[in-house]
Design a protein around this ligand. Structure first.
Ligand code: FE
Ligand code: FE
Ligand code: ZN
Length: 260
């Protein structure tokens, strides 16, 4: 992973801890982890970000599925704790007819089972597009989860540009306003990472379809304003655009060329 990231000029990267659609992870290999830590340090990488499988649902109505999400996340965090400064991003969940209030309670209850005082890995709640019954579309929902978590110093937030735009926040015409709202509701100091994506659909569509930078309804100019915003520019940015490696390499170069 580290070698691949290096080869395309990345200074940070995100990866799935296991098959994104679920299933077992490879057994943890301490020697592999140590080699990656050495490579990251030697090449001055920023924080690496692990993404939980998106099939996990911490607020599933089925207790077996919820328990599975808790176990997978515990195991993933155990693994990520071997990488100094690493972060672990997850989709809060889908309440599927239980209602958003129950969803929020169940997600925070799951986090109260998962988080440990001794862990080093910061766990990030990702802002969602509001597709189906996703919890975490509004900043208020994210805040409500954080408020119910005992070890909330272990929590941060990952802002996905496609998701917030698709969720109805106008980052194209009013980025400052959106960030002020984020600050008031959640607090910008919780903001720990950005998923930098364009969107295949107009604002408020709730479809969650990512597009390559400049190819969608957010557009390159607005995305570059995100990258260069004084309140955001020091954060790590992770691409989740529909690309293969050469496409990512071009996007990294493009963003870097336009970074102030
Ligand atoms: Fe995600
Ligand atoms: Fe994302
Ligand atoms: Zn997405």
């Amino acid at each position: 992973m580290g070698e691949t990231a290096l080869s395309i000029g990345a200074k940070v990267f995100q990866f799935f801890t296991r098959n994104p659609r679920g299933g077992a992870a490879k057994p943890f290999d301490k020697a592999d982890a140590a080699a990656l830590v050495a490579l990251l340090e030697k090449n001055h990488f920023g924080p690496i970000l692990a993404h939980a499988p998106y099939t996990l649902n911490a607020c599933a109505a089925d207790e077996g599925l919820r328990g599975y999400a808790v176990e997978v996340m515990k195991d993933d965090i155990f693994r990520m704790d071997h990488f100094p400064g690493a972060m672990y991003n997850f989709h809060p969940g889908s309440h599927v007819k239980q209602g958003v209030e129950i969803g929020i309670e169940k997600i925070s209850d799951a986090l109260n089972q998962i988080l440990k005082p001794e862990q080093r890995t910061l766990v990030l709640l990702e802002t969602m597009a509001g597709k189906g019954s996703e919890v975490g579309r509004t900043f208020e929902e994210v805040r409500a989860i954080i408020d119910r978590v005992e070890l909330s110093d272990k929590l941060g937030v990952c802002l996905d540009t496609c998701h917030v735009f698709d969720g109805g926040y106008d980052i194209v015409n009013d980025l400052d306003g959106v960030l002020e709202h984020f600050d008031k509701v959640i607090g910008l100091k919780r903001l720990s990472a950005i998923h930098l994506n364009d969107s295949k659909n107009p604002m408020g569509s709730h479809k969650d379809r990512h597009e390559v930078l400049g190819g969608g309804f957010i557009g390159l100019e607005a995305l570059l304003r995100v990258v260069n915003h004084p309140k955001l520019k020091k954060l790590p940015f992770y691409l989740e655009t529909p690309n293969e490696l050469p496409g990512y390499e071009k996007e990294i170069a493009l963003v870097r060329k336009n970074s102030k």
